[in-house]
Design a protein around this ligand. Structure first.
Ligand code: SF4
Ligand code: SF4
Length: 419
């Protein structure tokens, strides 16, 4: 019968194969399993598989799908449903472009204006803008704020001002904060918590003291002060340490882990971040990193335990109600484009509707179409649109596929050990 005809899924990856068996992974269902070679050959690349002729588990695992199913359409519909369910407004606010450090990899370096601080006039405009959007849309979930900079805490006055106004206007919200952590005392952490900074507080620690101070244009004592600050506040705020992995920092991954975990007994999560060239050539070979080296460091930072592979719905910039607000109230879709006039899409003073992402580089349907036949789409989704379309960085698809295979094998080995 027509409806029992199946086809080989376009999201299958052959992880490894021997004469007897083939390990398949499907990036949509996230299932992996060994098939015996006979069963594999019965389905591989086929378009007219009778369900009665193959083990039913092959269909249950998503390795074969109904012939009439458009897998790309299903993926696009899933993402749209996910975005509709999100139903909240998300605003990233640049409190200042000034900074007490001067990181070599900072994407804002050419845009930076040390005197650029958000004023209360602009802050009032942001609150009015949020109120207009909530009145028009009636979002069912609380607002999310991200405090960003420069060094966001250099303009603590504006964080206080906006937060207190939102609270007094009964606007429900939670906030996350990006900071270099140097000014984050226990008292300030307590105040931030009271101002609803209850989501993550992201603090980059790039290498040991000498590497850190060279990369960040600060003193070695700033490194130790920042680590002490993290230790002092980690019971108050939800700290996530970002380790920017580059050629310069990769040798520090293991000793830094030891220092943080064993000497300072820091409990906060540590996340590896891939430093990739962004905004033309400010990032050079020496402060970015190859894909393979990044994954080696990633394994160490993840405590040598393989992490599961997840489906992705794209970054914040793909969220239909995500707004990035610059210090002068100008709006962007992606925060890495701050200060670049050609990417300004409006201003909070006159913006009342949502920013339409259709036909932009953040339009998920466009990204999926342009990734074509790639089996990684459900777990990669075109990765960072800014890197891909503005900085023209190749996604190195074949390497990503190879690394996905390695991750599956690691995951299986870990699970076997645990069993
Ligand atoms: S960005 Fe590259 S690896 Fe990712 S889904 Fe698209 S083609 Fe595949
Ligand atoms: S497009 Fe890239 S740089 Fe912009 S928010 Fe998304 S992941 Fe970040």
């Amino acid at each position: 019968m027509e409806q029992s005809l199946y086809k080989y899924s376009q999201f299958n990856i052959i992880v490894e194969e021997t004469k007897e068996k083939v390990l398949l992974f499907n990036t949509y269902s996230l299932r992996y399993r060994y098939l015996n070679r006979v069963d594999f050959l019965d389905v591989y690349g086929k378009n007219n598989i009778d369900l009665g002729d193959v083990p039913v588990s092959i269909a249950e695992d998503g390795f074969i799908v109904p012939v009439l199913l458009d897998e790309i359409r299903r993926l696009k519909d899933d993402i749209q449903a996910h975005q509709e369910k999100a139903d909240f407004m998300f605003v990233s606010i640049f409190t200042t472009l000034a900074c007490n450090y001067s990181c070599v990899y900072c994407f804002e370096r050419e845009q930076i204006c040390q005197n650029d601080f958000m004023t209360t006039d602009i802050a009032d405009g942001i609150i009015a803008f949020i109120q207009r959007r909530y009145a028009d849309h009636e979002f069912s979930k609380p607002l999310k704020i991200k405090w960003f900079g420069g060094e966001s805490l250099l303009n603590m006055d504006i964080i206080r001002y906006i937060s207190k106004k939102l609270i007094s206007n009964n606007i429900e919200f939670s906030a996350k904060l990006y900071t270099n952590g140097r000014l984050l005392t226990k008292e300030l952490a307590q105040e931030l918590k009271e101002l609803h900074v209850t989501d993550e507080v992201v603090i980059p620690i790039d290498g040991l003291a000498d590497t850190y101070s060279a990369l960040k244009g600060c003193k070695e004592e700033d490194f130790y002060k920042t680590i002490q600050n993290i230790k002092d506040v980690e019971d108050i705020l939800k700290i996530i340490i970002h380790f920017n992995v580059s050629e310069t920092t990769k040798a520090d991954v293991e000793p830094l882990m030891e220092l943080l975990r064993d000497e300072y007994e820091i409990k906060s999560n540590i996340k590896a971040v891939n430093v990739a060239p962004q905004n033309t050539d400010k990032i050079t070979d020496e402060n970015s990193i190859s894909f393979e080296d990044f994954h080696k460091a990633y394994d160490i930072l993840m405590q040598c335990k393989a992490t599961g592979i997840k489906r992705t719905y794209g970054c914040e910039a793909r969220h239909p109600e995500y707004y990035v607000v610059g210090t002068k109230g100008e709006l962007y879709i992606c925060e890495h484009l701050i200060g670049q006039e050609q990417y300004v899409v409006g201003n909070i003073k006159d913006q009342s509707g949502k920013i339409d992402r259709t036909a932009t580089i953040w339009d998920t349907n466009r990204v999926i179409d342009e990734c074509g036949e790639c089996p990684l789409i459900p777990i990669c989704l075109g990765r960072c649109s800014s890197q891909r379309y503005i900085d023209n960085i190749d996604c190195e698809r074949d390497k990503r596929i190879e690394l996905t295979k390695k991750r599956i094998l690691r995951l299986m080995a870990d699970r076997e050990k645990e069993a």
